[in-house]
Design a protein around this ligand. Structure first.
Ligand code: SPV
Ligand code: MG
Length: 290
């Protein structure tokens, strides 16, 4: 099965599949080695690691370059966070064509205006019309170069402060427009509105969530409610931020790197992760002995 087919199988899995964020090739390898079945190429995490804010400050091609590194680093499928599509339907089809040429397994597109703002930033989160977003879903489906590439429609209805009924109305239209799954997002600290949505959705198609703010809910409870994919959306970026701050402060304070080794990865660990031994083998195979 290729990566697109494997991701499709995850969407239809008989358990809640947890997938974890990566923001570069190294973090993607860490996700894969930990055992996760897929990588979430998070817009927030990629932007943050570039030193930029999650409001389309980075261009679509800068984000795509990173996604290509992520995808090349792992054998597991990558789900790309396509924000609101980086413009109109035409930008969507351009991006989807590139993603599917790279072998990326799918895109999540959200129904917010462009430029978008991260869902957890207080303030207005304006949605585009249902008709405009239906056009983006259709454009994505028509542009994909692999028939198993997944197009996930993410509704930000609840983020925008609207009702579960409105979220269902939008999700139903997106489903009919050809979305392979619905990503329902919430910023509440409990899962009540997500569970209500899932119950009323009645498994019309797979559901995806990112329970960043209602993190205590067990994946099994979500699965029982009809949710198939559980995205841990930003946790390696946040782990690295803390680890890097601790190391930087410790080194600065001590004016020395002598005592920091037990807090950080060894160089051997770096070389193992990046498989330097393969290069040695390749050298032997490809370098002529003169
Ligand atoms: C991301 O990881 O960029 C997401 C998820 O879109 S969230 O930040 O929760 O909106
Ligand atoms: Mg995002």
């Amino acid at each position: 099965m290729d990566k697109c087919q494997r991701f499709r199988a995850l969407l239809n899995s008989t358990q809640a599949e947890m997938i974890l964020e990566a923001h570069n090739g190294m973090s993607a390898k860490i996700v894969e080695q930990a055992g996760f079945p897929a990588v979430w190429a998070s817009g927030l995490s990629i932007s943050s690691s570039l030193g930029l804010r999650d409001c389309n400050e980075a261009s679509w091609s800068q984000i795509l370059d990173i996604a290509e590194f992520i995808n090349d680093s792992v054998d597991v499928p990558v789900l790309f966070d396509g924000d609101s599509g980086f413009g109109n339907f035409n930008n969507v089809r351009h991006v989807v064509k590139k993603l599917s040429q790279y072998g990326i397994a799918g895109i999540s597109l959200e129904d917010k205006v462009y430029p978008k703002m991260n869902s957890f930033i207080k303030g207005a989160h304006s949605l585009v019309s249902i008709e405009e977003f239906e056009g983006k879903i259709k454009a994505a489906q028509d542009a994909k170069q692999n028939s198993d590439f997944s197009v996930i429609a993410r509704t930000e209805t609840l983020i925008a402060g609207l009702s579960v009924d409105e979220a269902l109305r939008r999700a139903e239209r997106y489903h009919l427009a050809g979305a392979d799954a619905i990503f329902i997002h919430s910023k509440k600290s409990d899962a009540t509105e997500i569970l209500e949505f899932a119950k009323l959705w009645e498994k019309r198609c797979p559901l995806v969530v990112a329970p960043t703010t209602y993190a205590d809910i067990p994946p099994e409870t979500l699965y029982q409610a009809g949710i198939n994919v559980y995205i841990c959306a930003n946790h390696l970026m946040r782990a690295s931020l803390k680890a890097m701050q601790l190391a930087a402060n410790k080194i600065y304070k001590a004016r020395s790197i002598g005592h920091i080794n037990s807090d950080i990865a060894t160089l051997s660990e770096v070389f193992n992760l990046l498989d330097y031994s393969e290069l040695k083998d390749a050298e032997q195979a490809y370098t002529p002995i003169i």
